[in-house]
Write a protein that binds this ligand. Structure first.
Ligand SMILES: Nc1ncnc2c1ncn2[C@@H]1O[C@H](COP(=O)(O)OP(=O)(O)O)[C@@H](O)[C@H]1O
Ligand SMILES: [Mg+2]
Length: 1017
């Protein structure tokens, strides 16, 4: 709501009492509270803060973007947004008229509006639109350089009027634009009041250009050297940096596609004017002479004209009369006049040419305009000079103030008309409000025949002896009865009016006394034709382009052009017509004080502005019976929460019915009228109490919304999660099913295959089955093993186990290890192996009882060697608990050598010999040769038995070393055992070899040993 910022009242319409005191109080309160914007309905009143206020950043832009005016605290953004929204949504052209006196903040306001529009458009980030926006923004820099100046009221005062159209496409993005300039105050080029400056451009050049550039232009960076810029004696201004502004201007030139040559020419012209100001004439008989002819060279060089022709144009003029052409020399006054007129005209033309160039950069291109024809809409922004009253007011002030009269007239008409039309449209009775209609002043200036401009023109037409003084007389005669015109002649009592020199107009904004001196000249605005021809003859094409009329025939050019006054009047009428065709928005700027102070609120001065801007009337007109009006739908949306009938939705009728029900229930019916589409509320109090009730409801609603929304978010997230899980589950199932189907196909007849599917390739399992497939494979392996094993009789299973172990340890290492043989294990218990088996079994039973082992796993006669390298015949016994040595003859106990746990490894050779070493952790390994019956190989069996039992007891595999020689420990000493072939041996035998042990095998007659021999070769 507009009162949001809490400082005073955000909309004057809502003031309880509408009079000057309350109005001023509220305005001052808001100004001192830092709120510079206040509404009158949809009109924005802006008070210049004279300090940087932090209300234009992106955050603020977002706050106002796309919102209704009343939703946020008053801000110029809301006006800009509204203009943009109406244009975009309804396809209507809109305009924003910014008015107020000089220094009140109009130009700043127009820039803020432009920036806002740039910030809220081009969501698509199109390059061309970015370019257009950039050019529109940058064009300001150039126009201000050449069209603004420091005055006593404003350091950056616009000395021209500006109206800018921005074209938008159907999406509301800016696609082009056009700038119109009005009446540049060119007299400033040659004359400045004390404390004022010429246009910024001159100072930017002198302070900003490099020394080498300046010397090319024959300039020094000394303002005092140049008459045209030193009169005001105010060259340096605290708030202005000409140096950096010069850089900004140069960069803006580039952005706007000015060529290097054009930029160069612009500064040459500015320099030429500076030099022109220093041209002085001396009387010389009937004619004049130049004081310092050197300056001619400089100027002619800068403008690319000949020295001679320049001299001639300055010192004489060519006249065409009765078909003859002749030269007439100037006197000193004429020469001075000609020089100044020349300087003004050149600058004025330069400025207009720059505006044209800028337009070329932003105008819709031909092909674009045909593309956009019918489709582009426009926002116009008018930033035009404010009402001015100086100590001495001349023709320029007259024009400027007339312009303000026209705009005020437009404001009155539109605001009033709109208001009236609205009541009519809505079918609500309207009562008239008193306000000052300034049409009469507009007429005073512009009426044909009777108006001041007409009288001026008539005087100018009279070639010859009409003087400014006679002009006052003429006006006195024709306007004597006009209430808003006076002079000393008509009002002798008004002593401050000078006789025959001053006339006074009672403008809507106050009385202004104009000094007539110079009016005729300025209105005639004559520039000797010679200058136009001179510049047209320039060899610089850009200069030539600026002065096309120089090409005209001398006889043609004597035709009288339109006067400055009439041109201005026509342009104003066209402007007003243009604005009237658009939907207007107003920004009314107010200057709080004359001192550029951010804290001072000069009541008298502000009141004066409030009065002449007609702001209080504006409020009254706006209030005419009704303080507030709003569309039913919007109204209902805003206040529906305060009635149970309308919250959360009104269901028994349309919006209007809903609003009625709401207002009846709340007891406001007497204070409102119902229009066709809007509700009208008479007193602000009703609106305030509506607002209050709404504010009370809002926190609860916010919490409710938050609660609902949070819940909704969570539910949505939960649903998503559930959905994701379902998808995952189904997908997994699908993957698994497909996998199993594939597997099924592959393993269809697995049991009838010879290898039970060992060679079948398993397809790659999906992620979800990685682990499962490992188990499956294991199951398959077990099944396969079972299929193989089940064909073997159960009593053979133990030996199969040993054989598997032996295989693990020896396959590919030892050539033969008796796999095909039946492994009996306890050979010494067999009759055919051991003739003394009875005695043997007896001994075993004894040891069994004593040592508590369960079973003999292996037994054999052996030959062994010991640490003294003595070999002896023994028997070897492996039980489930350890290894025993028995005496070979008696087969009774010698001793248990090792427990299973103490075994650390087994070594044997790759051949078929029966040597085997059982390594232990006790420092005394068992190095033996088995002595089996029939030369059977039993090393494999013994390895299988030991490895199997070791694994059962220790849970890990025993290290098996297969080599022709290996290390072992005998009596705690390391010895190497080697196998060799020798004639010496009849059968395998141990032999001492120094510290080491040799195991000799016979060279021949020993088939069983062949493999060992082969392995040795
Ligand atoms: N909204 C604003 N924020 C800050 N300073 C401002 C604002 N409006 C105006 N000013 C100050 O006032 C000076 C005059 O404003 P300007 O727009 O040039 O006045 P006008 O165009 O009405 O003559 C500016 O140079 C600036 O210093
Ligand atoms: Mg301005």
């Amino acid at each position: 709501m507009v009162g949001h910022d809490g400082v005073g009242i955000g909309d004057f319409v809502l003031l309880e009492v509408i009079d000057k005191d309350h109005f001023m109080q509220n305005l001052e309160k808001r100004f001192s509270g830092g709120c510079i914007y206040t509404y009158i309905g949809e009109v924005c009143v802006s008070v210049n803060p004279y300090r940087t206020v932090n209300i234009y950043d992106q955050e603020q832009v977002n706050k106002y973007k796309g919102r209704e005016i009343f939703e946020n605290p008053p801000h110029i953004f809301a006006i800009a947004d509204s203009a943009h929204k109406v244009m975009k949504q309804q396809g209507r052209d809109t305009c924003i008229v910014i008015s107020g006196e000089s220094g009140s903040g109009k130009t700043e306001a127009s820039k803020i509006i432009m920036k806002y529009i740039a910030a809220v458009t081009n969501a698509g980030g199109q390059q061309e639109i970015e370019r257009v926006k950039n050019v529109l923004l940058q064009s300001n820099a150039i126009l201000e350089t050449f069209g603004n100046a420091k005055t006593n009221r404003n350091d950056n005062s616009s000395r021209f009027g500006k109206y800018m159209d921005i074209n938008f496409d159907f999406k509301g993005d800016p696609v082009g634009g056009n700038i119109s300039n009005y009446l540049l105050e060119k007299s400033r080029v040659i004359y400045q009041q004390p404390g004022e400056r010429n246009f910024h451009s001159f100072y930017q050049l002198l302070f900003g250009a490099s020394d080498s550039d300046l010397s090319k232009l024959r300039l020094k960076n000394k303002v005092d050297n140049y008459f045209y810029v030193n009169q005001g004696n105010a060259a340096s201004v605290r708030s202005i940096s000409d140096r950096s502004d010069y850089k900004a201007t140069q960069s803006a030139f580039r952005t706007l596609a000015f060529s290097d040559h054009e930029i160069d020419t612009i500064w040459r012209i500015v320099a030429a004017i500076l030099h022109l100001g220093n041209v002085k004439f001396r009387p010389d008989n009937e004619s004049v002479k130049l004081d310092d002819p050197g300056v001619l060279d400089t100027i002619s060089g800068l403008l690319s004209v000949t020295n001679q022709e320049l001299r001639r144009a300055l010192c004489e003029r060519v006249i065409a009369a009765k078909g003859e052409v002749m030269a007439k020399t100037h006197n000193e006054a004429q020469a001075n006049y000609g020089r100044d007129a020349f300087a003004k005209a050149v600058y004025d033309r330069l400025f207009s040419w720059i505006v044209q160039k800028v337009n070329r950069a932003i105008n819709l291109k031909d092909e674009e305009s045909s593309r956009y024809r019918q489709k582009t809409t426009v926002i116009g922004v008018l930033d035009i000079y404010g009402f001015e009253i100086f100590d001495v007011n001349s023709f320029e002030q007259f024009c400027i103030n007339y312009c303000n009269e026209k705009l005020q007239q437009l404001f009155i008409e539109l605001v009033l008309k709109q208001e009236q039309e609205e009541y009519q449209r809505e079918g609500i009775q309207w009562q008239n409000i008193d306000y000052f209609n300034n049409q009469i002043i507009c007429d005073l200036v512009e009426q044909s025949h009777k108006g001041i401009i007409a009288i001026l023109d008539e005087a100018c037409l009279n070639v010859g002896k009409v003087t400014d003084e006679m002009l006052v007389e003429a006006m006195d005669q024709k306007l004597a009865s006009h209430n808003h015109y006076s002079s000393r002649q008509l009002k002798p009592m008004e002593k401050d009016l000078k006789h025959k020199e001053d006339f006074r107009i009672s403008h809507y904004a106050g009385k202004v006394t104009y000094n007539i001196n110079g009016f005729l000249d300025k209105n005639r605005d004559a520039l000797f034709q010679d200058f136009k021809r001179l510049l047209y003859s320039s060899s610089n094409p850009t200069v030539k382009e600026m002065w096309p009329e120089g090409a005209m025939d001398i006889f043609q050019t004597t035709k009288r052009p339109l006067t400055a006054g009439t041109l201005f009047k026509n342009s104003m009428i066209a402007l007003v017509k243009n604005l009237a065709s658009k939907e207007p928005y107003y920004v009314r700027c107010i200057k709080p004080n004359e001192n550029k102070s951010p804290v001072q609120f000069d009541k008298e001065q502000v009141l004066h502005q409030v009065n002449y801007l007609g702001l209080i009337e504006n409020v009254r007109v706006r209030r005419a019976g009704f303080a507030y009006r709003q569309r039913y739908d919007l109204f209902l949306r805003r206040y529906k929460m305060i009635s149970q009938y309308t919250w959360p939705n009104f269901r028994s009728g349309n919006d209007k019915d809903g609003v009625k029900v709401l207002m009846d229930e709340q007891g406001y019916s007497d204070d409102v009228k119902y229009g066709k589409t809007k509700i009208f509320i008479r007193s602000p109090r009703t609106l305030f109490s509506l607002e209050q009730k709404r504010s009370r409801m809002i926190p609860g609603i916010v919490i409710l919304l938050q609660k609902q929304w949070r819940g909704a978010i969570c539910r949505r997230r939960y649903k998503k999660m559930k959905a994701a899980l379902t998808i995952m589950r189904v997908y997994r199932l699908y993957k698994m099913r497909s996998y199993f189907q594939a597997l099924q196909a592959i393993f269809l007849n697995v049991s009838s295959r010879r290898d039970f599917g060992k060679s079948l390739r398993w397809p790659n399992p999906p992620l979800v089955l990685r682990k499962g497939v490992k188990n499956l494979k294991a199951i398959h392996e077990r099944w396969r093993a079972w299929m193989i094993i089940k064909r073997i009789p159960q009593e053979d299973w133990p030996q199969v186990r040993y054989k598997v172990k032996a295989c693990d340890a020896l396959s590919n290492k030892r050539s033969y290890y008796g796999l095909s043989r039946r492994w009996e294990g306890n050979y010494l218990a067999l009759n055919n192996e051991n003739s003394d088996s009875v005695q043997y079994n007896h001994t075993i039973n004894n040891i069994k009882n004593k040592d508590k082992f369960k079973k003999v796993l292996f037994s054999s006669f052996i030959k062994k060697t010991n640490r003294f390298n003595k070999s002896a015949d023994r028997a070897l016994l492996v039980t489930d608990t350890g290894v025993y040595k028995l005496d070979a003859k008696k087969l009774n106990l010698m001793k248990r050598v090792l427990s299973i746990q103490e075994i650390t490894g087994v070594s044997c050779s790759p051949g078929t010999d029966q040597l085997i070493a059982i390594h232990s952790s006790l420092g005394n390994d068992l190095v033996v040769a088995l002595e089996p019956r029939d030369n059977q190989d039993r090393v494999g069996e013994l390895v299988g038995v030991i490895c199997h039992r070791y694994f059962e007891v220790c849970g890990r595999d025993l290290n098996v070393n297969v080599n022709m020689h290996f290390q072992c420990k005998l009596g705690n000493k390391s010895r190497s055992v080697k196998i060799e072939l020798s004639n010496e041996a009849q059968s395998g035998m141990f032999k001492k070899d120094g510290q080491n042990v040799l195991y000799l095998l016979p060279l021949q007659n020993s088939n069983n040993l062949i493999n060992t021999k082969q392995a040795m070769q």
